[in-house]
Design a protein around this ligand. Structure first.
Ligand code: HEM
Length: 654
């Protein structure tokens, strides 16, 4: 998630940086001498560890933001000695200044290194925006916040929403589960951990073996790397092996504690890793760093337990066999998987900039381009209004549909939102919160969309958003300018990662944590989040989701929601359909959800609720801007631009 500085003159041609990087790779520095005369492998690891924190569960992690520079990430065990890699890049960062973000520099360093060592590269998507601190990685852990929202009772067996089996590592323990050199126990962890960042088997195997085509492990002696940056900021990870000027560096380096390289040509691309894995017998032993690693008689190369695990699962083994004999297949799989690894957290391709951006990939869930001729939205408005004249009760349903369509957006990895109108397809259409939306879509189709059949001028996503806006106009008198140009997806692929998280909403603390978390992921500020919760929610909508009813069937937007929250006495109960809900003791037909009640149990939310309850005008003033933000959030135009920027976000009150 990138929240910080907007760069002054953003670089769009990265060629000069690539040239500088190539010169840097073979220019060994005394403070951290290059293994085998080439820093390439170190930079590949740097980029992989920066990007590899990404997880699909909530879109957190990834190199956009470059939070690897801050705690907690910078002090993770898995990031040992990557401070040195960033120090090597420092002169380039100074040279290019604000025009080049740390995030772009780190990923470009890894990608250019692969290319420089003869590896296959698909391209580079630039545009990462640096965060100002490590705040957005706190929930990756280790931290109190992580333990609250995603506890991991046994570190080494952590489950989703965490992206790793072991907090503090990128994915899993290389030595094997809980440090046991057990490849049979390791392969399920490898698959599971890579799945949590949307990698399938072929991508997983290509990435591990492609990455380990390069470089070496570092564990010259058992004495460890020394204190981490948060323990010893002036001299982090000094290394305890060796003595004198070379203590802790070069042949005396200690990073992860294993020792050796996977191939005989660690600065040259190839498929030797897979041949070694495939063709030889490997046995476990304890290396000079005191960790379990694997050796093959008569060979100088080594393997980790996680590498050996790829030979123990039939599907992984088939891929190892394929890549060992078919370099082209490996080239193709690795180049695509690497690009996905370092780019997925950037969202749609419309956020990418640079001179070498590949065509949109499947993982970017591309949408068709906006047609050159769009519908006349005054005419669309007339159609909607004449349908509403016949059926005025639809007004609040249109608002509801538009909100549900947009509310999947997450700022963390720029996924979701109404563009594409994936709410029409499974899985979104099957989510409990979307029960009944198919009927509203059908109503729009029959009354409006059919008139544009075959023309392509009116997409469902524009129609849903526009109809929501018209609905808002009817319910509040608020006029908003409409930003058109959305197009439709042909399926719901990608939404599987965006499903509302299940949690125990009978527990107030758990509900509070999850509501807060969802607000943070959405990119909305607390005020924006709170104001939007007062959107109209007719009983039929709530009942379709399994609740007994709602707090209002009014078709007028007002601050009534906030007044009710504060003035009624709420009793928890379970609806006949099994949903936890609250019923008003004073007015038994009025219901709220546990998420609604969270707004008065959280002190910050409560103060906002109190303000809106006493000031309807403040509520009416703030609702439209929050609405505009959520409906246009996914209209990317470059890294931090928005195609709807020109559209006013304020409102006119009739
Ligand atoms: C199961 C997943 C993986 C595990 C457990 C793992 C583990 C390790 C370990 C323990 C090291 C040694 C660090 C040191 O002591 O210097 C290492 C190095 C390295 N890894 Fe991985 N790795 C994994 C996947 C990957 C992937 C996906 C890539 C890139 C595509 C990659 C690229 C590298 C490179 C280039 C090095 C060498 C760094 C150097 O020479 O300084 N690894 N890995």
């Amino acid at each position: 998630m990138a929240v910080a500085s907007v760069l002054s003159a953003r670089m769009t041609d990265f060629t000069p940086v690539e040239n500088d990087l190539k010169a840097l790779f073979t220019h060994s520095k005394a403070f951290w001498p290059a293994d085998n005369g080439h820093y390439g492998p170190l930079f590949v690891r740097l980029a992989w560890h920066c990007a590899g924190s990404y997880r699909t569960s909530d879109g957190r992690g990834g190199c956009d933001g470059a939070r690897q520079r801050f705690d907690p990430e910078r002090s993770w065990d898995d990031n040992t000695n990557l401070d040195k890699a960033r120090n090597l890049l420092q002169p380039l960062k100074i040279k290019y200044g604000d025009a080049l973000s740390w995030g772009d520099l780190i990923i470009l360093a890894g990608t250019t290194a692969i290319e420089d060592m003869g590896g296959p590269v698909l391209g580079f998507c630039g545009g990462r925006i640096d965060d100002l601190d490590g705040y957005h990685s706190i929930k990756l852990g280790p931290s109190t916040e992580q333990q609250e929202i995603a506890p991991c009772p046994v570190n080494g067996e952590c489950m989703s929403p965490l992206g790793t089996t072991t907090v503090g590592l990128i994915y899993l323990n290389p030595e094997g589960p809980m440090g046991n050199p057990d490849p049979l126990g390791s392969f399920p962890q490898v698959r599971d951990a890579f799945n949590r960042m949307a990698m399938n088997d072929s991508e997983t195997v290509a990435l591990i073996g492609g990455g380990h085509a390069f470089g070496k492990t570092h564990g010259a002696c058992p004495l460890g790397p020394g204190p981490s940056p948060n323990q010893q900021p002036d001299d982090p990870w000094p290394g305890n092996c060796g003595s004198g000027a070379m203590k802790g560096k070069g042949p005396n380096a200690f990073t992860a504690g294993f020792e050796g390289s996977w191939t005989t040509t660690p600065t040259k691309w190839g498929n030797e890793y897979f041949q070694n894995l495939h063709n030889y017998e490997w046995t476990s032993h304890v290396g000079p760093g005191g960790r379990h690693q694997w050796q093959s008689q008569g060979r100088d190369t080594m393997m980790l337990t996680s590498d050996i695990s790829l030979t123990k699962d039939p599907a992984f083994w088939a891929l190892v066999t394929e890549y060992a004999s078919d370099l082209d297949a490996l080239n193709n799989a690795f180049s695509h998987a690497w690009y996905k690894l370092v780019t997925r957290d950037m969202g749609p391709v419309t956020r990418c900039i640079g001179n070498n951006v590949p065509p949109a990939q499947d993982f970017q869930y591309p949408l068709p381009p906006t047609p050159s001729k769009l519908a006349d939205f005054h005419a669309v408005e007339k159609l909607i209004n004449s349908a509403l004249e016949k059926d005025p009760s639809m007004v609040s349903f249109l608002v509801h549909l538009s909100y549900q369509c947009s509310a999947t957006f997450r700022q963390t990895d720029y996924q979701g939102g109404c563009n594409g109108a994936r709410i029409r397809f499974p899985p979104e259409s099957t989510w409990s919160v979307n029960q009944g939306t198919d009927k509203i879509i059908e109503w729009l189709d029959v009354n409006v969309k059919q008139a544009y059949k075959g023309s392509g001028a009116l997409s469902f996503s524009d129609l849903i958003t526009f109809a929501g806006q018209i609905g808002l106009q009817h319910t509040s008198g608020v006029l908003l300018e409409f930003c058109s140009g959305r197009t439709d997806a042909t399926d719901g692929v990608g939404s599987e990662f965006l499903a509302p998280r299940e949690f125990d909403d009978s527990n107030v603390s758990v509900t509070l944590l999850n509501v807060r978390d969802r607000q943070e992921i959405s990119g909305l500020f607390a005020r924006e989040w709170v104001v939007l919760q007062a959107r109209l929610r007719p009983s039929a909508v709530q009942q379709a989701q399994g609740y007994s009813g709602s707090w209002s069937d009014s078709t007028m937007l007002s601050n009534r929601f906030f007044k009710l929250l504060l003035l009624e006495t709420w009793k928890p109960q379970v609806s006949p359909a099994g949903k936890n809900e609250f019923v008003s003791l004073e007015h038994p037909g009025i219901y709220m959800t546990p998420q609604d009640l969270a707004l008065i149990y959280d002190a910050e939310y409560l103060s906002i609720v109190q303000e809106f309850a006493s000031d309807n005008q403040a509520f009416v003033d703030e609702f439209p801007a929050a609405w505009t933000k959520i409906t246009n959030a996914d209209r990317f135009d470059g890294p931090d631009g928005n195609a709807c920027e020109a559209v006013r976000t304020d409102s006119q009150i009739q």
